[in-house]
Design a protein around this ligand. Structure first.
Ligand code: PLP
Length: 388
């Protein structure tokens, strides 16, 4: 019987692993330390920073879902991103997309300023530019697709091929889609990073991350660094994330159905200049997304005609969508990338990435679609006065 379908892996993660009391759901192991049987006789675990059974169950589940060999659970998504930077020495080049998550951009640019590695910022939708930067033989290439917040889609297979030819490792930030909707390792990547704070946990009550590697040796190297720096995830967060993961397949279905219904309804709204959602036929990345993803996700952005005044008006009039950072929870959120998620990018970098003051980002939740649509349309209707 096949037991490798994503929904089965997600739901069965950790089930029936309790050796002592046959608990169906694995218990949380909060102990910080573990008894040795005698002189130099270590068991599977000795100290919770280095290893913890609850964290291991989660790491294994995410690695299995991604089709990787090793899953390292970190304290935050940024810790996961920082972890892969440990692969770089001062003369190594890191290639990043020009429109990656603002916090990642801030980390990379500040580490580069301190001389920890070299950095090239590239528009990865342009494969000629990617090929050009590969001439510099980078050590690591980061891909983020769909990108945050403009939902640009880049070709994971082609970028990984170009990187491989140049001897570069590749890492994909798979936060927006999760392994249920995109499998970067199968498309040629070496590493996947996640902010599990988002869809994987899905209930906006944990901040955490994960790194998955295809190769065991690379996984061991990164796990060694995670322990060394002390960025491994807490048992309690791992327990909650494992619980959240079990409903990811059903949550995603509803998230996506709601997002699709919203974009269809808002398509001709006079307050909106552009809708960025890869599920729309006229989205520049639609064909590629249909090919390399198994769903379009539930993140989308709207460019409002009335700029920042319209944004303020929209926020003042929404009742269901909560104005807040983050994404991927069951509840719908709205944010203003320029002053919130991407405030870590200076204005010039924001404009280069296409992040304008009138852009709002929606994380579509799993509430009733009609309620979400009516909340958005009635709030947008009230903001028509700001239309340019
Ligand atoms: N990667 C992406 C795509 C994100 O959107 C975020 C946070 O919003 C992160 C990484 C960082 O994750 P965390 O906030 O869990 O540290």
């Amino acid at each position: 019987m096949s037991q490798d379908k994503a929904a089965t892996i997600a739901v069965r993660a950790g089930i029936n692993t309790d050796q002592h009391h046959s608990a169906v759901v694995p218990p949380i192991h909060l102990s910080s330390t573990y008894r040795l049987e005698g002189y130099n006789q270590k068991g599977d675990y000795d100290y919770s920073r280095s290893g913890n059974p609850t964290r291991s169950s989660l790491g294994k589940a995410i690695a299995d879902l991604e089709g990787g060999s090793t899953g390292i659970v970190t304290s935050t998504g940024m810790a996961a991103i920082h972890l892969i930077c440990q692969l770089l020495s001062k003369d190594d080049l890191l290639v990043i997309p020009h429109d990656c998550y603002g916090g990642s951009y801030r980390l990379f640019t500040h580490l580069q300023k301190r001389g920890l590695f070299k950095l090239a910022v590239v528009d990865q939708t342009n494969l000629d530019d990617v090929a050009e930067v590969m001439k510099q033989k980078p050590r690591l290439t980061l891909i983020e697709t769909p990108s945050n917040p403009l939902l640009r889609i880049v070709d994971i297979t082609k970028i990984c091929e170009l990187a491989k030819q140049a001897g570069s490792l590749t890492a994909v930030d798979n936060t927006f889609l999760t392994p249920l909707l995109q499998k970067p390792l199968a498309l040629g990547a070496d590493i996947v990073v996640h902010s599990t704070t988002k869809f994987v946990n899905g209930h906006s009550d944990v901040v955490a991350g994960a790194v998955v590697t295809k190769d065991t040796e690379l996984g061991e190297e990164l796990a060694w660094w995670a322990n060394c720096i002390g960025i491994t995830g807490s048992p309690f967060d791992s327990f909650l994330t494992l619980r959240g993961l079990k409903t990811l397949p059903v949550r995603l279905k509803q998230h996506q159905a709601n997002a699709q219904a919203i974009v269809e309804q808002l398509a001709n709204h006079p307050a909106i200049d552009a809708i960025y959602y890869p599920g729309l036929g006229d989205h520049p990345g639609h064909q590629l997304a249909a090919k390399q993803q198994s769903g379009f996700g539930s993140m989308l952005s709207l460019e409002l005609k009335g700029g920042v005044d319209a944004v303020r008006c929209l926020f003042d009039n929404l009742e269901l969508f909560t104005l807040a950072q983050s994404l991927g929870g069951v509840e719908s959120l709205i944010s203003h990338p320029s002053t919130m998620t991407h405030a870590g990018m200076d204005l010039e970098a924001q404009l280069t990435a296409g992040i304008k003051p009138g852009l709002v980002r929606l994380s579509v939740g799993i509430e009733d679609a009609d309620d979400l649509i009516s909340d958005l349309t009635s709030a947008l209707d009230k903001c028509l006065a700001f239309k340019e």
